[in-house]
Design a protein around this ligand. Structure first.
Ligand SMILES: [Zn+2]
Ligand SMILES: [Zn+2]
Length: 352
């Protein structure tokens, strides 16, 4: 099978590898759709392979690291002990897989598993393996396309999670800093959850156009205006109920702390990569009586089933985020395009 392998920092290659065989509790999926994610860029350009091995023990290969954690597939082979899946089922798995047995899996979330869970690497290939399949994967219902379902594996769960975990609901005001694919999912999530004023901030006009499509009332081009000043003026200098950080930088995190109202919540979902720390100003009015909530990516079968239920039965539609279509053989080009943020690229639909 063809698989996209990171050979060194900044470089991927397509390689011919054996089709994986499922171990106990595992399923092997034949990929029907995959994509590139912002996290992939951190994994590819910043993280040394040894560090990736720490995120997914055993996933590395002598020739490099298998890339990709967001995909849809049909079940090709089922390992011993798997009860919920059969060959031919159309399936998605969370981008972070949990063991289902540790304290974190039982009481917090599979995404922060301490019992052997890890990032689901290797989806940018013709076949990929899902460990602990019964608790980390879900069947895609009829009527939900591959392109719609793919979002549930990562950025829809994370973006919607930012809104849920901040406790935002009917009529709440929300500002979302950065409208890359993840921030756009947070915008759509705020709208789906019944929020009131939704303000989206970015510096790329195409992205702000998409924000409006997905539910933002007001968009601010951060190149043209000071977003903090604008948001305070839009909220009578009170600030918003919830500010979402969706890119993973100090300036956007700090802006969130400055625009959130007293009693409000900063909800952080951006991936900070190797940035060692973020800080916030301690002087009033940006520090006192605020909550900071951080979310990785709510994961697991139950989470997937809820998101798929929403996709099946509501008007939530994230498929406009697919701005480009490419073939698996062109993964190196897909990475170059995604990294360049040119041609209005948001998500690239990659098919075998
Ligand atoms: Zn991702
Ligand atoms: Zn666990």
């Amino acid at each position: 099978m063809q698989a996209c392998i990171k050979t060194e920092n900044g470089k991927v290659e397509m390689m011919d590898l054996p089709i994986p065989e499922p171990g106990e509790g595992e399923i092997v999926l034949k990929t029907t759709l995959a994509t590139v994610c912002g996290s992939d860029m951190h994994f590819l350009d910043e993280f040394p392979n040894q560090l990736l091995e720490g995120l997914a023990p055993g996933a590395g290969r002598p020739e490099g690291f298998p890339m990709g954690h967001e995909a849809v597939g049909t079940v090709h082979a089922v390992g011993a002990g798997v009860t919920r899946f059969q060959p031919g089922d159309r399936v998605i798995a969370s981008c972070l897989v949990g063991c289902g047995k540790c304290h974190e899996c039982m009481t917090v979330d599979h995404s922060v598993c301490s019992g052997g869970g890890h990032v689901l690497f290797g989806c940018q290939a013709e076949y990929y393996t899902v460990p602990y399949a019964d608790i980390n994967a879900a069947k895609v219902p009829e009527g939900v396309s591959d392109e719609a379902a793919l979002f549930a594996t990562d950025i829809m769960s994370t973006g919607f999670g930012a809104i849920e975990r901040a406790g935002a609901g009917f009529g709440d005001s929300v500002a979302i800093f950065a409208q890359g694919p993840l921030g756009l999912c947070a915008t759509a999530g705020a709208r789906a959850r019944g929020c009131g004023l939704i303000i989206a901030v970015d510096a790329v006009p195409e992205r702000l156009e998409m924000s409006k499509k997905l539910g933002a009332n007001v968009v601010i081009n951060a190149k043209e205006k000071d977003a903090v000043v604008e948001i305070m003026s839009l909220t009578n200098n009170l600030g918003v109920d919830v500010a979402v950080e969706a890119v993973g930088t100090q300036p956007t995190f700090e802006s969130c702390t400055r625009v959130v109202r007293r009693g409000g919540t900063v909800s952080s979902i951006g991936v900070y990569g190797l940035t060692p720390q973020v800080s916030m100003p301690t002087l009033s009015p940006s520090f006192l009586h605020r909550r900071i909530v951080t979310t990785l990516c709510p994961s697991g079968s139950e989470r997937l089933e809820h998101l798929l239920g929403l996709l099946q039965n509501s008007d939530v539609d994230l498929t406009p985020l697919f701005t480009h279509h490419m073939k698996l053989a062109d993964m190196p080009k897909a990475y170059d395009l995604f990294r360049s943020k040119t041609e209005g690229v948001l998500k690239i639909a990659i098919t075998p």
